[in-house]
Ligand binder design. Structure first.
Ligand code: ADP
Ligand code: MG
Length: 376
């Protein structure tokens, strides 16, 4: 009766989940083809999906504006679907663009990933849809291949010039581990992170602010990095090692120097962090996180008063270290704390926010969770 089910032995419907992420260290390094170290969150975007053979893509989300968006897959083009529905539509478009024979689907989306909080709900959404389509249409694509499709969707259809970290984290992270990823060749290693075993906890403090200047600034920062690499005669800033940093800085105009210094030192911080994790010394990550925050604040300039206050308060309250996570200009801060101090550190940050007249931050506890998967 159902040809697809006969061929693939599985009904062309189901449910898929893809997680948000926090990045432990390695921020704004991915589009410079350097290193990152994300973990997946237990929070996921879930896609209930059913294949449709009439070529229509039907989208509904409990997080959207309540509307149902319906569009013919054959008509998908960048700019054609905007707002929240643009993200899932983009993935289907990117699959078609890459030459995959896919048709319609009914997608019903649910989520407990905070949106716009620097926890990468956008990539979680894209990856849930990409994995659903992979199964519904029997595409047989690997997790990194789906991550690249999702990144292309966000770059070319949604119009956000993001690197590959968010999509690779959502697709490829494993429970109990951080993903040590080389953004150039996508070589990756799962690095065990047993926070509970070390008596530690990773707090996520969502400041609940998102400064609008972030959208244009992100593209400008990326362009600045690419210009610096060009001036230095390098394919990407990833190719600049710490030993060559002083001479490289001397060759660059003033405005590009701090960008380059951040990228080079941040790549180094990823390597240091992995060394400590491999040695089982998780608390040693703390000062690396705080140094990363200073670099993002002073050199890369993507912090803001709210994230700076969350970091300084957490550290003063006894956190081993803290830093902004995600692209910046608001969003979330992570703080590595003794498990016994998690509540008091979160409470001190909430008090500092109240005294500063800021909205109450939302607090999550990050436990390294599993990447995108089929759940039904
Ligand atoms: P982040 O990825 O840090 O959460 P972005 O601005 O990149 O922030 O992406 C947030 C956007 O992704 C939302 O404004 C919305 O358009 C879309 N989005 C994320 N999750 C969902 C969802 N479950 N349903 C509908 N849209 C979603
Ligand atoms: Mg995003």
């Amino acid at each position: 009766m159902n040809t697809f089910a006969q061929i693939h032995g599985r009904a062309p419907e189901g449910e898929w989940a893809a997680p948000g992420r926090v990045n432990l260290i390695g921020e704004h390094t991915d589009y410079n083809l350097g290193f990152v170290l994300p973990i997946a969150l237990p929070q996921t975007v879930r896609a209930q999906a059913r294949r449709r053979d009439d070529g229509l893509l039907r989208l509904h989300s409990t997080r959207g504006d309540g509307t149902v968006v319906e569009v013919a897959v054959a008509d998908l083009a960048p700019g054609g679907v905007t707002g929240w529905a643009g993200y899932p539509a983009a993935v289907v478009w990117a699959l078609c663009e890459a030459g995959h024979e896919v048709g319609g689907a009914a997608l019903s989306l649910g989520s407990d990933v905070p949106t716009g909080a620097g926890l990468s709900s956008s990539a979680a959404l894209e990856c849930a849809v990409a994995l659903a389509y992979n199964d519904l249409y029997g595409l047989g694509l690997s997790a990194p291949e789906l991550a690249l499709i999702a990144q292309r969707a966000e770059n070319a259809f949604v119009g956000v010039p993001c690197g590959i970290m968010d999509q690779m984290a959502s697709m490829c992270c494993r429970a109990g581990a951080a993903l040590h990823l080389d953004s150039r060749d996508l070589a990756m290693r799962q690095v065990p992170v047993d926070l509970a075993g070390a008596g530690l906890a990773l707090l996520v403090l969502d400041t609940r602010v998102k400064h609008d200047l972030g959208d244009g600034a992100y593209a400008a920062l990326r362009a600045g990095c690419e210009r610096a690499a060009g001036l230095l005669g390098l394919p990407a800033l990833r190719d600049l090692g710490p030993a060559d940093l002083p001479s490289a800085l001397a060759q660059l105009p003033d405005e590009l120097r701090p960008l380059v210094r951040h990228v080079v030192t941040e790549n180094e911080r990823v390597a240091e962090a992995v060394t400590h994790l491999d040695a089982g010394d998780l608390a040693a990550l703390g000062p690396i996180l705080t140094a990363g925050h200073a670099s993002l604040r002073d050199d890369y300039r993507v912090s803001c008063p709210e994230t700076d206050l969350a970091v300084s308060t957490a550290v003063a309250a006894g956190a081993h270290g803290a830093r902004i996570t995600g692209g910046g200009f608001g969003g979330s801060v992570i703080a590595l704390v003794n498990a016994t101090a998690a509540e008091s550190v979160a409470a001190e940050v909430a008090t500092a926010f109240r005294e500063a007249g800021y909205a109450t931050p939302r607090t999550l506890t990050a436990v390294p969770a599993e990447g995108a998967r089929r759940i039904a």
